[in-house]
Each structure stands twice: as C-alpha cells, then as structure tokens.
Ligand binder design. Structure first.
Ligand code: NAD
Ligand code: WQD
Length: 338
C-alpha cells in the first residue's frame, strides 16, 4: 500500500512518514520545501532504514502533480501541504487562501483523474472557533475563526465534505490536531521554524539554548487555574501514529469522518515552562506580558471518538514532549539546513 504525503517533508509529515514506514506502508513525499528541506526525509530514511520516493514540486502545479500519480500506484493521500503561521495569515491573507485552498483543489482534481479515493486532511482545532465550549467534540458545528489561517482550514473542511457528498466513493478523514510539540525520540528530526518562532515550544527551546533571551508568556490574567492559557499539547509521534490508524481505517471503510487528535488534557503555559525546566535541568528565562490578540483562554479535545473508532489514544506524557523537544534542539541547534 502506498501513501502520498503532500507536504510530507515538514514537521508532522516527516514524523508520520516514519510511523507509516514502520507499519509497512510505502511512502511518497511531494513538497516544495517552502517551509522545510529534503534533509528531513534523508533522516527519515536513516531512522527507518527504508527509502522514500521524493518529489520537489508545488502541489498547486497539477501538471507536475499528475506525474506523481502517473508514476506511483497511490492508495491514499495525506494532505499536510499548507502555510500555517497565524500572524502571517493576517498580514498576507491572499497568499494563505491561494496556497491552502489551491493545494486542496489540485489534489482533489488529480485524485479524481487517477481514481484515487482516499484522502486524510490536516485540519486544526482552530475550526471550533470562539463560541464552542471546551472540551471540543467532533459533533459541534465549526465556529467563527479568528484569523485567515483558521478560515482556510474551515473552508477546506467544507470543500472535502462537499466533494465527498458528490462522490459516494470518495473517503475523507478530517483530522483536527490540537497543539503538536516534541520530536522523534532519536533527536534526528523535529520542528525547524524559520526565524522567530510563533509557537510556544520552539520558543521555549530556543531560550533554553541561548538563541533567544527571554520568553514572554502572553497573559496571566485568564480565567484558568494559574492565569495563563491552557492547551492540549500532543506529542508529534502520538499524532503521527494517529495518521497510521486513520490510513488503516480509510483503506477498509468508505467513510467521511472527523477526528480530534489530542490528549484531552490541558496544560497551562506556566506548566509547560516549569516541566521543561525540571525534566531537562535547564533554565527558561521568562516574563509575563500582555495577552496576544486572538488567543483563547482554553483549548482542549474530547478525544473519545478517535479511541472508539480508530483504537488510537496518546501514550506519551508532557515530560516526554519536553524531553524530546530539548533533545532535538540540543542536537540540531540550527535546525536542518541553516
Ligand atoms: P510544516 O510547515 O512543517 O509542513 C508543511 C509542509 O508543506 C512544508 O514542508 C511545506 O514546505 C509544504 N508546503 C506548503 N505549501 C506547499 C505547496 N504549495 N506545495 C508543496 N508543498 C507545500 O507544518 P506542520 O506543522 O508539519 O503542519 C502540517 C499541516 O498540519 C499543515 O497543513 C498545518 O496547517 C496543519 N496543522 C499544524 C499544526 C501545528 O501546530 N503544527 C496544528 C494544526 C494543523
Ligand atoms: C500556545 C500557548 C500562547 C508563544 C497555534 C494555532 C493553531 C494550531 C497550533 C495550526 C498560547 C502561549 C506562545 C509565546 C506564549 N496551528 N505563548 N508565548 O496559539 O495555541 O495554536 O498553533 O493549526 O491553529 O493558532 O499555539 O504555540 O502559538 O501558543 O505565552 O512566545 O502559548 O499565548 O497560550 P496556539 P502557540
């Protein structure tokens, strides 16, 4: 069985490639390296001892994408290829809508041409919007998103649902990720952000190693136990295994399903910093600052459905997430390619 990972050289795609290869799937990756580099896939091959067929291309370019379907017998596609920086999406909305929506249309058109009927999509907890109460359940309606990035995910979910409604043979799984952090236990692959990290864990790691002076914790006056925001942090390897379960399932079931991929357990920003310091024996300089616009006080999953239907639940602890993030940062202080 062959799985095409669109955007597979990135953070979540590369970890998923390892778990798919370990589970016996063949993996084809197509990526334009706009936020990654081929070295991640070289390392996937080293870790697994298996080879990955790699294409450098823009998924929006249907002529080039056709070649991938022509040359490989693709059984399922996982669509990771997207731009994901929330702040950048506010200043460059057209770039985000163009890239994220067009990659999706391009994949669906090409799959249609080659009669490939299984697709899994990287969606996000952000589609629950501001109105729904936590914990988020898949049966809730999509909410009002707070930024263009979030809207691209909500729109793409709609596009997949409409396309599946029109084609009874098309199987779709929308995976709503919560907050993926951590890295492969080998320390050989991990998250490699460009420039100043937007997300918490890469920022914490870069402060710990001395690349950044100080972490600003955005707000300590939220209605949470310690006043800082809480999130459902999930180890990227647990998330990757969730994709393998989704592929196993979609190949056997003609389904249209949504699954939350989270732990169901929220942790605060202060708890993340304290756990990172304790587990790794390092100091993370931090100050409390103003709230960041658009942040919700709390965000966490009800993770029951993925367990009931896919038989998947997370296995790694917050300590594992902090240890593995640091291990990756220590071994690769400048990421893959810099
Ligand atoms: P990432 O940036 O590391 O990976 C995305 C990959 O897609 C990159 O390798 C990039 O080069 C590639 N890409 C982007 N546009 C492309 C295009 N037009 N053609 C070919 N390749 C293209 O991000 P990630 O953290 O691995 O996220 C993967 C997916 O999961 C994204 O769609 C993201 O929105 C979604 N997601 C991520 C998070 C998170 O916190 N990391 C949370 C929820 C959802
Ligand atoms: C986590 C917590 C911040 C940085 C984003 C997207 C979401 C999804 C995951 C893709 C928050 C706090 C952060 C810092 C801080 N991505 N923080 N200081 O905002 O929960 O989710 O990534 O789909 O759509 O919105 O993640 O890692 O940015 O923040 O205090 O320097 O850490 O306020 O409470 P977020 P994050």
């Amino acid at each position: 069985m062959t799985v095409l990972l669109a955007g597979g050289a990135g953070y979540i795609g590369s970890h998923t490639a390892i778990e798919l290869l370990n589970a016996g799937y063949d993996v084809v990756v197509a990526d334009n390296y706009s936020n990654s580099c081929p070295e991640s896939i070289n390392r996937v091959e080293k870790i697994t001892g298996k080879s990955v067929k790699l294409y450098e291309l823009d998924i929006k370019d249907t002529d080039k994408l056709e070649k991938v379907f022509e040359e490989n017998n693709i059984d399922a596609v996982i669509h990771f290829a997207g731009l994901k920086a929330v702040g950048e999406s506010v200043s460059k909305p057209v770039m985000y809508y163009r890239n994220n929506i067009d990659t999706t249309l391009s994949l669906l058109e090409t799959m249609g041409r080659y009669n490939v009927k299984n697709i899994i999509f990287s969606s996000s907890a952000t589609v629950y919007g501001e109105e729904n109460p936590v914990p988020y359940v898949e049966t809730m309606k999509r909410g009002v998103c707070t930024n263009p990035y979030g809207w691209t995910k909500a729109m793409m979910e709609q596009i997949f649902e409409d396309t599946a409604r029109a084609d009874a043979e098309l199987a779709v799984i929308l995976l709503r990720y919560f907050n993926p952090i951590g890295a492969h236990e080998s320390g050989m692959i991990g998250e490699d952000p460009n420039g100043i990290p937007n997300n918490l864990m890469p920022y914490v790691s870069q402060v710990a190693i001395g690349k950044r002076e100080c972490l600003t914790i955005f707000g300590n006056d939220y209605p949470t136990a310690d006043g800082t925001c809480t999130r459902d942090y999930i180890h990227v390897t647990d998330l990757a295994v969730g994709h393998v379960r989704a592929v196993d399932y979609i190949i056997k079931n003609k389904c249209v399903e949504i699954f939350n991929l989270g732990t169901g357990v929220p942790y605060s920003v202060t708890e993340i910093v304290e756990t990172f310091e304790r587990v790794n024996g390092v100091k993370v300089n931090h100050v409390y600052g103003a709230r960041r616009e658009g942040d919700l006080a709390e965000c966490y999953a009800n993770a029951d459905k993925a367990y009931e239907i896919l038989g998947w639940k997370t296995e790694r602890t917050l300590e594992d997430m902090c240890r593995d993030s640091w291990n990756w940062q220590k071994n690769n202080p400048d990421g893959y390619c810099k």
